[in-house]
Design a protein around this ligand. Structure first.
Ligand SMILES: Nc1ncnc2c1ncn2[C@@H]1O[C@H](COP(=O)(O)O)[C@@H](OP(=O)(O)O)[C@H]1O
Ligand SMILES: [Mg+2]
Length: 425
C-alpha cells in the first residue's frame, strides 16, 4: 500500500535529521543552522499532520494573503519590518505636513532632513530590539546630530511623538526609544559595510528626499538581505493611493498631498509573494496579493522614471521607450514608489539609465524594491542585463543603472536598453 502523506513527511523529516547529525560531527556550527532549518521543515509539514478541524483556519489565512503571520519563512522578520516601517512612516508624515523640514546638506551635497534621522533611529531601534545580532546598512549616521544641538532636539521630539496606536504592536518593536543617547546610538548602528555573509538589513529612512522636500512621492524602505540576497522587503509609501488598481497618472509625482486615506505599506518575502495593505496607525492591516500586469505588447507599456534628471537619464529612457513603441508619456516620481507602482500593476516598466559613469547605486535605494518586483512576477537587473550584486558592500559597484519589467517582456526590454547604450559608446 502507498505510504500516506503523513508517513512520507515523517520519513523525510527522519532522514533529514540523520544527515544533519552526521554532517555536524564535522562542523558544529552546521548543527545550529540545521536545527533552525529543521524547525522550519517541521512547520511546513504541520498542515498535513493537523486534524481536519484546524485545516480551514490555515487555508483561510493563506487565501487572505496574511501569510505574513502563518507558517511562512521569515514570519517574524516580516512582522517586525512592517511595524518598524509603519511607525517610522508616521514620523515622516508628521514632518511632511510641517513647513520646516529641517534640511541639512551632506558631504555629497544630497539633502537630509530631520525626518531621515528620526525614521532611521526608530527603525534601527526596532530591529535591534527584535534581532540584536543583525547588522544594518543605513543611509544616515549620527555625526551631524552630535554636533548640532538644535537639530538633535528636533529629532528627539519627533522620535518621542511617533508611536503606534496599538500597544501590543508597539511592544513588539521595543516601545519608545529610552534616551537621546540611545537614539544617537541607534542612528549610528547603520554603519555596517554590508557583504555576502549572514543577515544584514538595508535601510533608507526617507528615499526620495528631494521628493519629500518638494512635496512629491517618497518612501520608507527596509530590506533584510540574507547572504547578500534581498529576502524580505517592506516599503511605506505615504502618498500613493491605497487602491492597487488606481491608474498611474503622470501627476502622481507632483504636488502630492498628505491627506488621510492615502498611504500604502508594501511587502514581499522571497518565495512567498508580494502584498500591499493600507498604511495605518496601529496594528498591521491584512494584506492583499499584488502582481505585475501581464504585458504582451510593450507598445502599451507605462514606464516610470526618476523626477531628478541627475539620477536617471531622461534622454536615454525616452530613446528606449521610443524603440519599444511606447507612446504614453513617462510617469516621473521620486523614490522606490516606482518599484511599488510596477509591482502592483499600476505601471509596467522602471528605467533608471545611468547619468554619471562614476556613480555607484546604493543598496538601500533598491534592495526592498527588487524583492517586491521579483515576488510580483518581475525581473530586475542593471542596464546591461547583469544581476544586481547586493553582497559586495554598501553600493552596487559592479552594476550600472537599473531596469525592471515583467518577466515575459524582460528579454525584449533589456535588448533595446543595450542597443541604446551601445549606440552611445
Ligand atoms: N547621480 C545619481 N545617480 C543615481 N542615483 C542617485 C544619484 N545621486 C543620488 N542618487 C540617489 O537617488 C535616490 C533617489 O532616487 P529617485 O530619483 O528614484 O527618487 C537618492 O536617494 P535619497 O533620496 O534617499 O537620498 C540617492 O541615493
Ligand atoms: Mg534613497
Amino acid at each position: 500500500m502507498a505510504p500516506s502523506l503523513l508517513q512520507r513527511n515523517y520519513n523525510k523529516f527522519f532522514l533529514f535529521s540523520i544527515l544533519i547529525l552526521a554532517a555536524s560531527l564535522f562542523s558544529p556550527s552546521f548543527l545550529s543552522r540545521s536545527i533552525t532549518r529543521l524547525a522550519q521543515l517541521k512547520l511546513h509539514f504541520y498542515p498535513s499532520s493537523t486534524s481536519s478541524a484546524s485545516v480551514p483556519a490555515i487555508q483561510t489565512l493563506r487565501t487572505n494573503s496574511t501569510r505574513a503571520f502563518s507558517n511562512m519563512a521569515y514570519e517574524k522578520e516580516l512582522e517586525i519590518a512592517l511595524l518598524a516601517v509603519q511607525r517610522a512612516t508616521l514620523l515622516t508624515k508628521s514632518v511632511y505636513s510641517s513647513h520646516s523640514k529641517g534640511t541639512l546638506s551632506k558631504s555629497d551635497s544630497s539633502p537630509v532632513t530631520i525626518g531621515d534621522f528620526g525614521a532611521q533611529a526608530l527603525i534601527i531601534a526596532s530591529i535591534k530590539h527584535a534581532f540584536p545580532g543583525d547588522e544594518v546598512v543605513g543611509e544616515e549616521d549620527a555625526d551631524d546630530l552630535r554636533k548640532n544641538e538644535q537639530e538633535r532636539q528636533l529629532v528627539w521630539d519627533l522620535v518621542q511623538a511617533a508611536k503606534l496606536d496599538d500597544s501590543t504592536a508597539e511592544d513588539k518593536i521595543g516601545g519608545p526609544i529610552k534616551s537621546v543617547d540611545a537614539m544617537l546610538e541607534a542612528l549610528d548602528s547603520g554603519r555596517s559595510n554590508g557583504g555576502d555573509k549572514g543577515r544584514i538589513w538595508a535601510l533608507d529612512p526617507i528615499d526620495g528626499t528631494k521628493g519629500f522636500l518638494r512635496g512629491g512621492q517618497y518612501a520608507v524602505c527596509l530590506a533584510l538581505m540574507v547572504d547578500g540576497v534581498p529576502t524580505v522587503g517592506v516599503i511605506g509609501c505615504p502618498n500613493l493611493p491605497v487602491d492597487d488598481k488606481a491608474p498611474l497618472d503622470v501627476s502622481i509625482g507632483a504636488d502630492a498631498d498628505d491627506k488621510e486615506g492615502k498611504g500604502v505599506l508594501f511587502s514581499a518575502v522571497k518565495g512567498e509573494g508580494a502584498t500591499s495593505r493600507p498604511l495605518s496607525r496601529g496594528a498591521i492591516q491584512q494584506g492583499s496579493t499584488i502582481t505585475m500586469k501581464p504585458l504582451e505588447d510593450t507598445t502599451q507599456a507605462t514606464f516610470c522614471e526618476s523626477v531628478e534628471a541627475g539620477h536617471s537619464s531622461h534622454g536615454d529612457n525616452a530613446a528606449i521607450a521610443s524603440k519599444l513603441g511606447i507612446t504614453k508619456p513617462s510617469v516621473r516620481m521620486d523614490s522606490q514608489a516606482k518599484y511599488c507602482s510596477i509591482a502592483r500593476g499600476a505601471g509596467d516598466l522602471y528605467l533608471r539609465l545611468p547619468v554619471s559613469k562614476s556613480y555607484e547605486e546604493k543598496i538601500w535605494d533598491h534592495a526592498a524594491g527588487v524583492v517586491l518586483v521579483q515576488e510580483a512576477g518581475g525581473e530586475v537587473t542593471d542596464a546591461w542585463g547583469k544581476p544586481l550584486n547586493f553582497g559586495i558592500g554598501r553600493t552596487l559597484k559592479e552594476n550600472k543603472g537599473v531596469v525592471a519589467a515583467p518577466k515575459d517582456v524582460f528579454p525584449k526590454v533589456i535588448e533595446v536598453v543595450k542597443e541604446v547604450l551601445n549606440a552611445k559608446a
